[in-house]
Write a protein that binds this ligand. Structure first.
Ligand SMILES: NC(=O)c1ccc[n+]([C@@H]2O[C@H](COP(=O)([O-])OP(=O)(O)OC[C@H]3O[C@@H](n4cnc5c(N)ncnc54)[C@H](OP(=O)(O)O)[C@@H]3O)[C@@H](O)[C@H]2O)c1
Length: 258
């Protein structure tokens, strides 16, 4: 029997890196994708099992298609769409080019890869796709991180709709969304922010993510406090929730500037 393969985007750092490690320990062959090839090489040496690295800039649609062409036929059984980043700041102040790059990685790359691999998984009636969104994607909006929150809402909504379509079709293919709250990774360095509230470790987040993915949970929100926050937000007035999100983002900025 062929070894099952897991493809993990964003494997050079943080949550993606830790998910790659966990899946490798579970016996999966890992294909790791990110731009920083040196980081992927370092991780490949640490993984207990077989792996392949592919350096790709997923903000470029053609590199998403090329990635798919490079790996099709490699018995991919798990796809983790984890590559992504955020940008902190007023919508009017964030440079449009940087923001469009973020939308290309957070939305377009996830959309393309989900579409392409889902067709193969459906044909074989097996496979797992985990799209990494955020609790941000479950909020009605996120001032000072407006585009990031909106991008994660896209990922969450897309994913749960596909999950329901697969459920109705009695498919054995799983598509689910991981919606973490703050996680201690390089995310803040990239977003130019700092956490206003305590963050979960990346290892813990990755371990919950993998466990609940294999339990086929549609929406995975790691940690009780995040689950409570998401639950409460459904019942509070929209304006109050958006104002709270704004407060959290402005605290991040103060932390970063202090
Ligand atoms: N940390 C948090 O608090 C948090 C909370 C909720 C959701 N998330 C989500 O979790 C995911 C992983 O983030 P993280 O926290 O682990 O942050 P991270 O440590 O900064 O990792 C981000 C990963 O995305 C990759 N990436 C970014 N742009 C890319 C591009 N153009 N092409 C290919 N790969 C790219 C990076 O690799 P290279 O730079 O090497 O390309 C890196 O491997 C993201 O989708 C993020 O939105 C994070």
């Amino acid at each position: 029997m062929k070894t099952k393969t897991a493809l993990v985007t964003g494997a050079s750092s943080g949550i993606g890196r830790d998910i790659a490690m966990i899946l490798s320990k579970k016996g999966y062959r890992i294909i790791m994708v990110a731009r920083r090839e040196n980081r992927l090489l370092e991780l490949a040496e640490k993984l207990p099992g077989e792996s392949r690295i592919i350096a790709a800039d997923l903000s470029r649609a053609e590199e998403c298609f090329e990635l798919y062409e490079k790996v099709r036929g490699e018995h991919i059984h798990v796809l983790i769409n984890c590559a992504g980043f955020g940008i902190l700041g007023e919508f009017e102040q964030i440079p449009l080019g940087k923001e469009l790059e973020m939308l290309d990685v957070n939305i377009r790359a996830v959309h393309i890869l989900t579409k392409l691999f889902l067709a193969d998984f459906t044909a074989q009636d097996s496979g797992y796709i985990l799209n990494v969104a955020s609790t941000a994607g479950l909020m009605p909006g996120g001032p000072l991180m407006a585009s990031y929150y909106a991008s994660k809402a896209y990922v969450t909504n897309l994913t749960i709709a596909i999950n329901q379509e697969l459920h109705s079709a009695e498919s054995r293919v799983y598509v689910g969304a991981l919606c973490p709250g703050p996680v201690d990774t390089e995310f803040n360095d990239v977003a130019n922010s700092d956490f206003a509230v305590s963050a979960m470790s990346s290892k813990k987040c990755a371990s919950i993510a993998v466990r609940q993915m294999f339990r086929r949970k549609m929406l995975i929100v790691p940690g009780f406090s995040n689950q409570f926050f998401v639950f409460a937000a459904r019942f509070l007035p929209r304006r109050a929730v958006i104002a709270t999100a704004e407060k959290i983002q402005s605290m991040k900025r103060e932390e970063q500037n202090s």
